[in-house]
Design a protein around this ligand. Structure first.
Ligand code: UDX
Length: 455
């Protein structure tokens, strides 16, 4: 099937490349000439494991091409995907739909009759019907007779694991309004049926809500375990054990229960904020989600205190090595990364901050003024008073702790991802603080045996 993909951002590019790998003929279109030229030359503007190889393979096979010409891209396409950005609108938390509606209006002039216009961008409830209205309005303006369909097809891709998520999804959600659109969507995703991935057909509105509800639920789950971690620190307990203990209950599930410095990234902060706004607009306040947003924001700021506590309360004059600045491993994405709150606070407090990140430098350099960049963790830690492990890249999971400690002038290790075993770090000569693992483990008070009544 011939498919056009509008927008070669993260979602558009991954989706376009993966669809071509299904065997479909894909034309990706973007207004940015430089980006299209990079892609045509086989370059990939983002870091996503496996994407460059898959892109090259499908370009060579003649199934994948890139253009700036919308009319050329959609000619003969049975489906046109809108995968443009929906950033948070400045000031009010709403998703900015300018690009989505602009694309819809332009499409009205160039699509073939019978095309299904599929929205893949994350959009508030009602947007797909509005897309249909915008196209219909433009068709009336131009007097063009061109029947079309719309569909909603939200994505659930994790950065760093996007290809795996696309190729082996838990489910594919397609919101449709007609049997024709349903059939086209089923045909597009037929290759996945061999892997028994369920394709769920819903109304347009349900599909739109599923996307926001899924991300808000996951953000809530993380925030919940983060608060439980705080409790563990106070009363004695190990959040890893607690997460395991609750996660083994099939109704809860073990995923997304890793306590940390607070969630970040391109989706959770944006989508929770948009869902809260949608609720307010419809007089159905999303109070849980609103609280999650607030708790997560405060958490990022509180992580600074964790570092300072171990440094005697002051950053001034201290040298601090920060390992990892991207919002999670296997991506170069810095959007809403906890590092953007924590690092500037340390720099502002007078610390000399040396950061290292396997992929984050290109994006991070402009966003983190006043820091020095180091090649690796050992170089970053030279003469440091403290090491802060902020993003759990594999490169930081098996450090030679004694070697690192040997190059430092201080002995503080703040592990905001609970990567290390407290005993190992302490044995290497560090004072160690992590998340939700009280120093008083295994019990906060007296040993249990002492509490037993004597017989
Ligand atoms: C997320 C969703 O997982 C994906 O389905 C959706 O389509 C887009 O948003 P992504 O933002 O790429 O994907 O990353 P994800 O792996 O979900 O992590 C998001 C944030 O939560 C990161 O900052 C991560 O460090 C944090 N996180 C995740 C935790 O703190 N604990 C966890 O247990 C899981």
């Amino acid at each position: 099937m011939r498919i056009a993909m509008i927008g070669t951002g993260y979602v558009g590019l991954v989706s376009g490349v993966c669809f071509s790998d299904f065997g479909h003929e894909i034309v990706c279109v973007d207004k940015l000439t430089a980006k299209v030229e990079t892609l045509r030359a086989g370059g990939v503007p983002i870091y996503e494991p496996g994407l460059d190889e898959m892109l090259r393979r499908n370009v060579e096979a003649g199934r994948l091409s890139f253009t700036t010409d919308l009319a050329e891209a959609v000619k003969g396409a049975q489906a046109v995907f809108i995968a443009v950005g929906t950033p948070t609108r400045r000031g009010d938390g709403h998703a900015d739909l300018t690009y989505v509606y602009a694309a819809a209006r332009e499409l009205a002039d160039v699509i073939d009759p019978g095309t299904v216009v599929v929205t893949k961008s994350t959009v508030p409830v009602g947007t797909n019907r509005e897309v249909a209205r915008v196209i219909a309005e433009r068709l009336v303006e131009t007097g063009r007779d061109c029947p079309f369909e719309v569909a909603s097809n939200p994505e659930f891709l994790r950065e760093g694991a996007a290809i795996e998520d696309f190729m082996r999804p838990d489910r594919v959600v397609c919101g449709v309004d007609s049997e024709v659109a349903e059939q086209v969507m089923r045909d597009i995703y037929r290759p996945l049926s061999l892997r028994e991935a369920p394709v769920m057909i819903t109304s347009l509105e349900s599909a739109e809500i599923i996307k926001y509800a899924a991300n808000a639920f996951l953000a809530t789950k993380i925030t919940f375990i983060n608060e439980i971690a705080d409790l563990c620190e106070k009363v004695g307990g190990d959040v890893k054990a607690v997460a395991k203990g609750i996660g083994m209950d099939g109704r809860i599930g073990s995923k997304f229960l890793h306590a940390g410095p607070g969630y970040g990234g391109s989706c959770f902060p944006k989508d929770t904020s948009a869902l809260a706004r949608i609720g307010q607009d419809h007089s159905v306040p999303m109070r849980i989600v609103e609280t999650v947003i607030d708790v997560n924001d405060r958490r990022k700021r509180r992580m600074v205190d964790k570092v300072l506590d171990l440094l005697g309360g002051k950053a001034n004059g201290k040298r601090i090595a920060v390992l990892g600045v991207t919002f999670k491993p296997e991506t170069d994405d810095m959007r809403d990364s906890p590092s953007l709150t924590i690092v500037p606070a340390l720099v502002g407090g007078g610390a000399k901050v040396v950061v290292t990140d396997p992929e984050g430098r290109r994006e991070g350099e402009a966003l983190l003024p006043g820091v020095t960049w180091a090649e690796d963790a050992y170089a970053a830690a030279v003469e440091a008073d403290a090491v802060v492990l902020l993003t759990e890249w594999n490169q930081f999971r098996a450090l030679d702790l004694k070697r690192m400690r040997g190059g430092m002038r201080g002995d503080a290790f703040v592990d905001l991802r609970n990567v290390y075993d407290p005993e190992d770090v302490t044995q290497a000569g560090f004072r160690y603080v992590s998340i939700g693992r009280s120093d008083a483990e295994p019990t906060a008070g007296a040993p249990v045996t002492e509490l037993m009544p004597s017989t």
